[in-house]
Design a protein around this ligand. Structure first.
Ligand code: HEC
Length: 155
């Protein structure tokens, strides 16, 4: 009996330890639901296509920055979760995709930061929300849990 209690405690403690997350964890991160149509406009307006390729989209009027544009969407990119997708836009150098030296030199600056333009001073939060809503379905990412304000309503 004592052994059983001991084993149960060990299992419980390990499960609880696995559930705790640090302050840097994306756990609990959520944006309100965005408008995909407006997100598409944001994507075109901010000229993401001058460096990126996205299936079904092109803007021949843009000057292309790279010989091989950085593809967006799909399953092969570093973006695997909703939080990573948001991070890619607001903090592009946070996690650069592993790639070969030749491409590496083209897409990163000498200090290793990403050549991706920073939009934080020009893009509104609403635009970011809509942009992410537009881009998310292009990725094979884990679904997000939207904030449903209804649950807070007092009955
Ligand atoms: C000046 C060029 C440039 C522009 C403009 C640009 N990006 Fe990027 N972006 C990059 C580069 C370079 C990377 C790749 C960094 C790496 O992983 O090495 C990147 C990476 C990304 C990623 C992560 C790629 C992935 O799937 O793993 C996302 C998402 C992204 N950009 C979205 C955008 C959006 C949305 C816009 C427009 C608002 C935009 N970018 C505009 C250069 C650019």
């Amino acid at each position: 009996m004592k052994t059983l209690i001991w084993i149960t405690s060990v299992v419980l403690i390990s499960v609880m330890a696995a559930c705790t997350y640090g302050p840097d964890s994306p756990q609990g991160f959520s944006l309100p639901e965005g408008d995909t149509v407006k997100g598409e406009q944001v994507f075109m307006q901010y000229q993401c296509l001058s460096c990126h390729a996205l299936t079904g989209y092109d803007d021949p009027s843009l000057l292309k920055e790279f010989d091989i544009p950085v593809p967006l969407g799909g399953t092969t990119s570093v973006v695997k979760t909703y939080a990573q997708l948001v991070t890619s836009v607001i903090n592009p150098s946070h996690k650069l995709a592993p790639r070969n030296r030749y491409i590496e030199e083209k897409v990163s600056n000498n200090d290793g930061s990403s050549k991706m333009r920073k939009f934080n001073d020009v893009m509104t939060v609403q635009e970011l929300i809509d942009l992410v809503a537009f881009l998310q379905p292009k990725y094979d990412v884990k679904p997000i849990t939207y904030t449903h304000y209804g649950q807070y309503r007092m009955l």
